[in-house]
Design a protein around this ligand. Structure first.
Ligand code: EQ3
Length: 320
């Protein structure tokens, strides 16, 4: 094979439109800790008027229960300090406990804290808090994003909080990640305009069935998956761990694609469509692109998952 991970990452990049998400996250990162917490409160409650995340399952909350109970027993001042420590990634015992959580447990933890803030059990944003110009600017930037992009910014903020110990193994790493129950099964017999390749169609079907074993079997032993705004995850063990933790309950609705066969028999394909996360279900559709590189035997050597910059980009499959 003549390609490498680096060359695979560049396929179809000439069809891509830069996403506004990294710039919005960079603006958010410039805020001080109190402004970050306030901004997230306003962005989340504003969003909640139109879209609300699904209630968190009891099984998932159990993983966060110990930390939640500790927070509930604190004084209001300590609760505020705890949230500041999370947002500033301070190296404290509680901030480390949070850092051990999986992505979905972190989201569930903040979801519950938000509910407890509304009920007055956890210290709310001070009623006399005045939005600074910085907060207003980031809020305005977030309001310009579509709902799929807004939830991506929120998710990123939550995932980046807490202190992550690079050395200590995570106790939740071995704990079984509870499944997201599906209210309706996602379609596994898919028709994607312009795509007949069975590997690619089977990839979508496997993820829609939460069948990660079947999805993994489609990859080469050195295959890689690159999630949005992240580095590639390489090799079946790492991909399996990632999928079990982050790809559950997704509804993949690929719509159209293009396929090009290269002289050595390998293939590159770009597919665009909409993905729903179990957190928001049918209420939020994310515009997504998949860029696949298959080896001549039809195995996935590389797939990148990209957040598209606009619904128009769903149709921009050819170089710009
Ligand atoms: C309490 C409050 C509001 C205020 C306080 O001051 C601070 C905070 C943090 C607060 C709480 C905030 C909360 C509760 C935020 C919750 C946000 C949530 C639930 C966001 C969820 C977002 C989910 C997303 C963006 C999921 C995206 C998934 C994608 C794109 C999946 C892609 C994949 C595909 C399509 C594949 O083919 C392979 C796998 C892969 C996973 C990559």
């Amino acid at each position: 094979m003549t390609y490498t991970l680096e060359s695979a990452q560049t396929i179809f990049t000439d069809t891509q439109v830069p996403s506004p998400i990294p710039a919005t996250i960079a603006l958010f990162e410039q805020l001080n800790v109190d402004d970050k917490l306030a901004l997230l409160w306003y962005a989340y409650t504003e969003m909640g008027r139109t879209i609300t995340p699904a209630a968190v399952g009891a099984a998932r909350l159990q993983l966060a229960e110990g930390l939640l109970n500790q927070v509930k027993q604190m004084s209001a001042a300590d609760q505020t300090q705890f949230m500041r420590d999370l947002a500033s990634r301070a190296n404290t015992p509680l901030s480390r406990s949070y850092g051990f959580f999986s992505v979905n447990t972190k989201l569930a933890f903040w979801y519950e804290l938000g509910e407890l803030m509304k009920q007055g059990v956890v210290a709310p944003i001070p009623p006399d808090y005045q939005m600074t110009p910085g907060v207003k600017a980031v809020l305005a930037a977030i309001q310009k994003l579509d709902p799929g992009e807004q939830i991506t910014v929120l998710r990123n903020a939550v995932v980046d909080m807490g202190f992550e110990d690079a050395v200590a193994p995570s106790p939740t790493e071995t704990a079984d990640e509870p499944m997201f129950p599906r209210t309706e099964p996602a379609p596994t017999k898919l028709k994607v305009e312009g795509i007949t390749d069975s590997t690619v169609l089977n990839y979508f079907a496997a993820l829609n069935a939460d069948d990660f074993e079947a999805a993994l079997a489609l990859f080469t032993p050195d295959g890689a998956l690159q999630p949005p705004f992240q580095k590639p995850i390489v090799g079946p063990d790492a991909i399996a761990k990632y999928m079990r933790s982050e790809a559950q309950g997704l509804n993949l609705m690929p719509q159209q694609g293009i396929s090009e066969t290269l002289p050595d028999g390998s293939k590159q394909l770009k597919v665009t469509g909409v993905v729903q996360t179990p957190w928001f279900g049918v209420n939020v559709g994310m515009n997504i692109g998949w860029r696949f590189l298959l080896n001549p035997q039809g195995k996935i050597f590389f797939v990148a998952i990209d957040m598209l910059a606009s619904p128009q980009e769903l149709l921009s499959l050819r170089p710009r």
